[in-house]
Design a protein around this ligand. Structure first.
Ligand code: MD3
Ligand code: FE
Length: 198
């Protein structure tokens, strides 16, 4: 199932244990609740976010950065569940990136109608390490600009994407998430983004 989408972009379909990951997201969110961080301009972001692991990505009036402490609770971010770490390392290895040691896991939660605008991930000091992205819940259309061309990738529950090398600094975003045609009781899309920030 590893598919090379573009140089540095590998898609692993149905690669993860969905039920375990969802229950671990729930456990993390009891200790570090989902919240809408703000842009430096003071606007709330569409996706609700939380983090686990040694470092968490935060956004506020002062900008974007990684912090060891959750600004909402004043406590360290919850420990990274071993299921997240194991999956990230296995996915990176499968995509050709050995010895991946993520120190940050951002968890994005998208309600129906919410997306993420085009941007680059530039807040990590280590840009050699890949990024591993895990999709859960509602399907999303992910967009990435590679060599000037927009590539659209449908991400279903359980899919894992690995970005590295030439794709690491590519512009990317998520189209607004839509309800399922069959109107199953799934209200959100969740995305785990595992990174080496420092
Ligand atoms: C490609 N999240 O949190 S994850 C983000 O689905 C973010 O929630 C999206 O973009 C989501 O910053 C996409 C996949 C991803 C993450 C980082 C990348 C793709 C990337 C960095 C470079 C290229
Ligand atoms: Fe991103």
């Amino acid at each position: 199932s590893p598919a090379l989408i573009a140089p540095g972009v590998v898609l692993l379909t149905a690669f993860s244990d969905v039920a375990v990951l969802k229950s671990q997201i729930e456990a993390v969110s009891l200790l570090a609740p989902f919240r809408h961080m703000t842009t430096p301009g003071g606007r709330p972001m569409g996706a609700a976010m939380t983090n686990c692991g040694p470092l968490g990505w935060v956004g506020d009036r002062n900008g974007y950065r990684y912090e060891a402490t959750d600004p909402l609770t004043g406590r360290p971010w919850p420990e990274m569940p071993s299921a997240f770490m194991t999956l990230a390392r296995r996915a990176a290895e499968t995509a050709g990136f050995g010895n991946f040691k993520p120190d940050a896991c951002l968890i994005n939660r998208y309600a129906v109608g919410v997306g993420m605008g085009m941007h680059r991930d530039v807040d990590e000091l280590d840009r050699e390490a890949p990024i591993v992205s895990v999709s859960l819940g509602l399907t999303a259309r992910f967009v990435i600009r590679i060599e000037g061309k927009l590539q659209k990738i449908e991400l279903n529950e359980g899919d894992v994407l690995v970005f590295g090398g030439p794709a690491r600094e590519a512009e990317h975003g998520v189209r607004p998430v839509r309800h399922r045609e069959d109107s199953q009781p799934t209200d959100f899309r969740f995305n785990l983004t595992l990174r080496k920030a420092r």
